[in-house]
Design a protein around this ligand. Structure first.
Ligand SMILES: Nc1ncnc2c1ncn2[C@@H]1O[C@H](COP(=O)(O)OP(=O)(O)OP(=O)(O)O)[C@@H](O)[C@H]1O
Ligand SMILES: [Zn+2]
Length: 477
């Protein structure tokens, strides 16, 4: 069976046929690094990680591009707010700080790094070139008010609205500029002239005056730069269909690029029926959830729903994921123990069962694929009960392959407790030994020795906290 994907633009499932045999180019809208990541952002990255892993398992060579929007109104506003409160962080430092948080959170849940991760500020010439092509083709114009803004002329592009199947007359006005400067209220900004209160470092020279790119043009230019004028899959959250993706599509096609062949959108993480969003203040931050639950559990939870469905986050959401993972880990432990030393140890080809492949090929039906995984765990356990070691070994190979494809193999080194490595557990052991020495020194009232141990640990970046239940340590302050 060939992979079928739901293409938002067609409004239907379509067989996936890559533009170039054996290769897939995929562009996913990445974060605007204005504040810390919430679990909606994690879900979005995770969905495309699952798709990428499945395409790779199917033998395709995937080039995944996920951008970082590192210049934007919200980044400038947040940096200015910090400065108004006496801080000195520049907008670009703030953007980089949050970019690192995103990278850490993605890594924690096992999202593989994209092939390329371009920052918007590094592709300004490509954005300007695209804007110039649009002006030359009569689809964009410089604002009449001398602001230095450049707008896309929606009325000049009859297919505007084709992605979301809207007629232009029913569309909302673009909220990004003074309506008086535009030919039509729905015209949206391609280039934003620098405003007086904006830092000079956020303005780039251009033929239309100093300024910065609009958000939509960034993705049109970066996808073209890294994947070419036509590529296979464009992804992003459902919230981006309009106006962001509609505008990307209009810009790129009006400039003569064929652009994305399939439009894939992930469903949102909601809280009480509303999108989890920084602006609504209902965010569950990635760092908080990852501090409260094992990263593997978070990955399983966010990745177990169908990618197009909505996830409603509430307390207790993670317990099912925890139990499911325990069942998988329990089977692995049991089967390894029973097979070790027998001729079936290491036996069992690591290949996914046909039913799993069919589910994944059916618009990435992960819930059905997980059902196959859990059925296989059950039959593997039953085989062990019946002492059918060959069947148990086959089940082991299947389960291994399925958990690898989904990135949820509990035995993978990535998931060792606390995300730790062999080096980290060795470090833990040494610190515990030093803490025991310190305790012994205190008991002997040798406070100088006890303090020396604490200071040496502190110099190595390890903080000690004494509590009534004993001394606890952490790395960093
Ligand atoms: N609640 C959510 N559920 C699923 N995906 C989301 C959610 N919020 C954002 N995304 C997706 O994460 C990616 C990065 O998003 P971006 O930084 O543009 O977030 P945003 O929509 O501005 O977030 P917020 O609404 O919290 O400000 C996009 O593909 C976006 O669609
Ligand atoms: Zn985008």
């Amino acid at each position: 069976m060939t992979l079928r994907l739901y293409d938002t633009k067609a409004g239907a499932l379509r067989d996936f046929v890559p533009l170039r045999d054996g290769e897939v180019g995929m562009y996913v809208c990445g974060p605007t690094v204005q504040s810390s990541p919430h679990i909606g952002h994690l879900r979005s990255a995770l969905v495309y990680d699952q798709l990428r892993r499945w395409l790779s398992y199917r033998g395709l060579d995937v080039t995944l591009v996920r951008n970082v929007t590192d210049i934007d109104d919200k980044i400038l506003v947040n940096a200015a707010a910090g400065q108004a409160e006496g801080g000195s962080e520049e907008w670009w430092a703030l953007a980089y700080r949050f970019e690192l948080e995103f990278t850490d959170s993605y890594r924690a849940i096992g999202v593989q790094p994209p092939t390329y991760e371009p920052r918007a500020t590094a592709s300004i010439p490509q954005m300007q070139e695209l804007i110039q092509r649009l002006i030359d083709a009569g689809h964009a114009y410089a604002a009449a008010d001398g602001s230095g803004d450049v707008y896309f002329d929606v009325k000049s592009w009859p297919s505007y609205g084709e992605l979301t199947r809207q007629s232009i007359d029913n569309m909302e006005a673009a909220a990004d500029a003074d309506p008086r400067a535009k030919r039509d209220p729905r015209d949206f900004a391609l280039w934003k002239g620098r405003k007086e209160d904006e830092p000079p470092s956020a303005a780039f020279p251009s033929p239309w005056g100093d300024g910065r790119p609009g958000w939509h043009i960034e993705c049109s230019a970066m996808s073209r730069r890294y994947l070419g004028p036509q590529f296979d899959i464009h992804g992003g959250g459902l919230d981006l269909r309009f106006p962001h993706h509609e505008n990307e599509l209009a810009q790129s096609t009006a400039a003569g690029d064929a652009f994305a062949n399939y439009w894939v959108h992930n469903g949102l993480v909601n809280v009480n029926g509303q999108k989890m969003s920084k602006s609504l203040g209902n965010s569950v931050y990635a760092a908080d959830l990852l501090g409260a639950a094992r990263p593997l559990v978070v990955r399983y939870y966010l990745g177990s729903a169908h990618y197009r469905s909505t996830i409603d986050f509430h307390d207790g959401s993670l317990s099912e994921a925890e139990a499911a993972l325990d069942r998988i880990a329990g089977f692995f432990e049991r089967v390894e123990r029973r097979l070790s030393g027998t001729r079936f140890a290491g036996h069992g080809v690591e290949i996914v069962p046909e039913a799993f492949a069919e589910a994944m090929d059916d618009d990435l039906a992960v819930p059905q694929a997980l059902a196959v995984l859990h059925d296989t765990v059950r039959s593997g356990n039953a085989a062990l009960d019946a002492e059918d070691l060959e069947a148990a070994a086959t089940a082991r190979g299947h389960v291994l392959a399925m958990t690898e494809v989904l990135g949820i193999n509990p035995l993978s080194p990535q998931w060792r407790t606390g995300g730790s490595s062999v080096a980290e557990s060795a470090l833990g052991e040494l610190i515990e030994r030093l803490l025991a020495d310190r305790q012994a020194a205190r008991a002997a009232r040798d406070f100088a020795a006890a303090d020396r141990i604490r200071d040496e640990l502190a110099a190595a970046g390890i903080t000690i906290e004494d509590t009534p239940t004993g001394s606890h340590w952490s790395i960093g302050s």
